[in-house]
Design a protein around this ligand. Structure first.
Ligand code: SF4
Ligand code: SF4
Length: 95
């Protein structure tokens, strides 16, 4: 296993600042790829809007490109690079 494979990304969204604008969910390239699939499963999106705010749906799909952070007008998304063995999923929610 390479070093790359042992690193994942923990994406965090500060819901208290999120205005639900949807910029992040529409700009996310992984979300876009998932939507193109014939057997599209909404649970495979990285992020989505739930109850008016952005939430992390499937953190393991995130490729860490940071596009969502760039398009967020509220600066409420953060991303950490962490070793996979240290990963604890504290951010995802059940849709
Ligand atoms: S970092 Fe990239 S892949 Fe991850 S949620 Fe943001 S836009 Fe999507
Ligand atoms: S871009 Fe920022 S403010 Fe807009 S929905 Fe995403 S996290 Fe919320």
């Amino acid at each position: 296993m390479s070093d790359y494979e042992r690193v994942t990304y923990r994406i965090t969204i500060d819901a208290s600042r999120c205005n639900g604008c949807n910029n992040c969910t529409t700009a996310c390239p992984v979300n876009a790829e998932m939507r193109k699939k014939e057997d599209y499963d909404p649970n495979d999106r990285v992020i989505a809007i739930k109850n008016g705010v952005a939430v992390v749906i499937n953190p393991f799909r995130c490729d860490g490109d940071g596009v969502c952070m760039i398009v967020c007008p509220q600066d409420c998304i953060s991303l950490e690079f962490i070793p996979l063995e240290e990963y604890e999923d504290t951010t995802s929610v059940q849709p």
